[in-house]
Design a binder for this molecule. Structure first.
Ligand SMILES: Cc1cc2nc3c(=O)[nH]c(=O)nc-3n(C[C@H](O)[C@H](O)[C@H](O)COP(=O)(O)O)c2cc1C
Length: 232
């Protein structure tokens, strides 16, 4: 699966098979998170890795009783270290970059999860305090996103997506009397008959040639790390 296909076919899954997840796959997901971009590359994040049933149950309770969360074989909690961002970037670092950095981690992890045939769902509705207490995180860390991970046991239909015409504002349509954005009324004209999907598919198959090489290198790197870890 190439990157574009992975992005287009990922879905939130809330039902998991009662099957354990291979450690090497989890290693790749964690590495994918660690490869996320961050402001000034400060990487002010930690990934809490949870398998114990009692802790998974406590986390599900903290997620406003989303009980299905505890049925995932593994839960990863992505937490930020806001103080570190504050040291470099002040209030903007503490309040904004800390969240954005963790969001980038979570999306990388979601995509890696899907690419490996696993599934997950971004959980944002939880009591920070309860999750922090359950995992004994301490004051330094703030849980930002919870990712239950497992093999999917449901096929989620494609959710409604806004169309590109509703989202993209071209530079000559700024303003338009509705607070900074005009709607594109004639999309084929605006796009100059540019076939968005066709171009996407073309560029996806082009980039997949490069991606497969990069992907192979990436997997080799992880394998080496896992082998090194086994020897220790
Ligand atoms: C910030 C954020 C918070 C979310 N919180 C929850 C949540 O608490 N529980 C849940 O079941 N899904 C949650 N989701 C998942 C969304 O419901 C889901 O991404 C959305 O419906 C689109 O579906 P898709 O992920 O399959 O594309 C959250 C997603 C985001 C980005």
């Amino acid at each position: 699966m190439d990157a574009i296909e992975c992005i287009m076919t990922r879905r939130s899954v809330r039902k998991f098979m009662d099957v354990p997840v291979e450690k090497n796959k989890l290693g790749i997901i964690l590495e994918a998170g660690a490869h996320a971009p961050s402001a000034g590359n400060i990487q002010n994040w930690k990934f809490f890795y949870v398998r114990r049933p009692d802790l998974k149950k406590a986390i599900a309770d903290a997620c406003q009783q989303q009980n299905w969360v505890a049925t995932a074989p593994v839960i990863i909690v992505v937490a930020s270290e806001p103080e570190k961002a504050a040291r470099y970037y002040g209030v903007r670092g503490e309040r904004l970059y800390s969240i954005q950095n963790c969001a980038a981690v979570a999306e990388n992890m979601l995509l890696a999860t899907h690419a490996l045939g696993l599934a997950s769902c971004w959980i944002g509705a939880f009591s920070e305090e309860s999750v922090n207490r359950t995992l004994n995180m301490g004051e330094k860390f703030r849980p930002q996103i919870i990712l239950p991970i497992g093999y999917p046991d449901e096929q989620t239909p494609e959710p409604m997506r806004l169309r590109i015409e509703q989202l993209v504002i071209f530079e000559d349509q700024r303003g338009g009397g509705n607070g900074g954005g005009g709607r594109i009324e004639d999309i084929p004209w605006a796009l100059k008959d540019y076939n968005v999907l066709g171009r996407l598919i073309d560029s996806a198959s082009e980039s997949s040639k490069k991606l497969s090489k990069t992907g192979k290198k990436f997997i080799e790197k992880i394998k080496t790390k896992i082998e090194e870890g086994k020897k220790q």
